[in-house]
Ligand binder design. Structure first.
Ligand code: GDP
Ligand code: MN
Length: 396
């Protein structure tokens, strides 16, 4: 589950990580009230207005702007809320902005220069350990840093038995070129950040930039936080943080029906049981010259109700030109699936794309006969290659 910047910052703050403070606003009036509140609490005269959408690169797309007085807060908030924000990380049509974070300006001048860093916490799947990835090159795309100046990216692996140790926090602060107060602040920052990552069951914390202010405070200016969905049962309070407006509507609907569905760009809809077979089926479609329109794992119980739900989801995608149903009847018998397909097809009434059904496993022969005798416009196949050839022929 991905969080908005303001939600991620709330979590960080609750674990003692210093953040750029702010309040979320849904319209220009609320933004002005938030700005006044921040001025009262922090003394800041300037504010940053930040679009809250699940995408990075907002600054580049005009979704992060500095306001130097309340009139500008009102104007900029009014302009950003409701806009379609296009950033390097969104699709071409962009994302609608429903709310902004009104934050204190933390780039104020002072005794020393401000400096931006990059710090993230994530799982290194190779070693099975969490690691802190960090760089002196904050504020820019980490992908670009990795490509052009990879020697400026450092990693610190953490032993799960001990957690982050003081010498590791000091090494990070040292490699980032800090000294004095800023050095101490950074050790506290990364230690609390790591603890927050573990305790919140996150799978990603990406803080870019981490700012050293002109008075040597270290704080999170941005926060990209992903919580591991499998941990949500023990974080009931995080469930409310989910913003369905940020997710693909069709994926949300499929999820509610208990289907594992991922929307893709292609033209062949897939209905498969089991994630591994679903992946192999997508390869098969590509080999046959098509492009999968989706990943869809209907799970173990491919009965008529589920098959019908899957049909409805697949057919919501107007790009679909054919549907390949590829079911292995191990636990579920093929003849039951075939009957499910026939019932669902009849029930739907208006399927106007060709359907190729490959059923293999227990009672596959009975299933094939059921499909062939059904009188419906459904092609059956028993072999993988045969199914691929049929997909190819209907796409031609
Ligand atoms: P992103 O573009 O989606 O990654 O959004 P960020 O939260 O990282 O903000 C983008 C950029 O806005 C940052 O890299 C900063 O340079 C700038 N910015 C953020 N907060 C402030 C602030 O308080 N004052 C000023 N002057 N600039 C800020
Ligand atoms: Mn950022």
């Amino acid at each position: 589950m991905n969080l908005h910047e303001y939600q991620g910052k709330d979590i960080l703050s609750s674990f003692g990580v210093r953040i750029q403070r702010g309040y979320v606003a849904k319209n220009a009036n609320e933004a002005v009230a938030a700005a006044k509140q921040l001025t009262a609490e922090t003394g800041t005269g300037w504010h940053v207005i930040k679009a809250q959408v699940h995408a990075g690169g907002r600054g580049k797309g005009g979704g992060v702007k500095l306001a130097k007085n309340l009139k500008e807060v009102e104007e900029i908030a009014g302009q950003i809320i409701g806009m379609q924000l296009i950033t390097p990380q969104t699709s071409a049509e962009g994302k609608k902005v429903h709310q902004v974070l009104v934050a204190e300006d933390v780039y104020y001048p002072g005794a020393s220069e401000t400096k931006e860093f990059y710090v993230s916490v994530l799982l290194n799947r190779g070693t099975g350990r969490n690691m802190i990835m960090y760089s002196t090159e904050g504020g820019m795309d980490i992908e670009t840093v990795a490509e052009e100046t990879p020697h400026l990216i450092f990693t610190e692996e953490i032993d799960p038995a001990t957690g982050i140790l003081p010498f590791q926090a000091r090494r990070i602060a040292f490699n980032l070129g800090l000294e004095g107060t800023a050095f101490k602040e950074m050790t506290k920052f990364v230690t609390n950040l790591y603890t927050a990552y573990v305790k919140s069951d996150a799978s990603l914390f990406e803080i870019n930039p981490v700012l050293k202010t002109s008075d040597d405070k270290i704080m999170a200016v941005d926060a990209k936080v992903t919580i591991d969905d499998n941990s949500l049962f023990r974080h009931k309070d995080y469930l409310d943080l989910r913003d369905l407006r940020e997710e693909s509507a069709i994926e949300v609907e499929a999820g509610a029906l208990g289907l594992n569905y991922v929307d893709l760009e292609g033209n062949v809809g897939c209905m498969v049981n089991g994630a591994g077979l679903a992946m192999a089926t997508m390869d098969l479609i590509k080999q046959a010259g098509g492009e999968p329109a989706n990943f869809l794992d209907v799970g173990g119980t491919a009965d008529a109700a589920r098959v019908e739900a899957a049909f409805r989801i697949i057919l919501k995608d107007p790009a679909v030109k054919a549907i390949l149903i590829n079911i292995f009847g191990g636990i579920v018998r093929c003849d039951r699936v075939a009957q499910g397909v026939i019932d669902a097809y009849k029930n739907m009434g208006n399927i106007d794309v060709p359907i190729i059904v490959r059923l293999q496993g227990t009672n596959a022969d009975i299933a094939k006969k059921l499909i062939d005798d059904s009188g419906l416009d459904v092609m059956s196949a028993t072999e993988f290659q045969e199914a691929a050839d049929k997909v190819q022929s209907v796409l031609a």
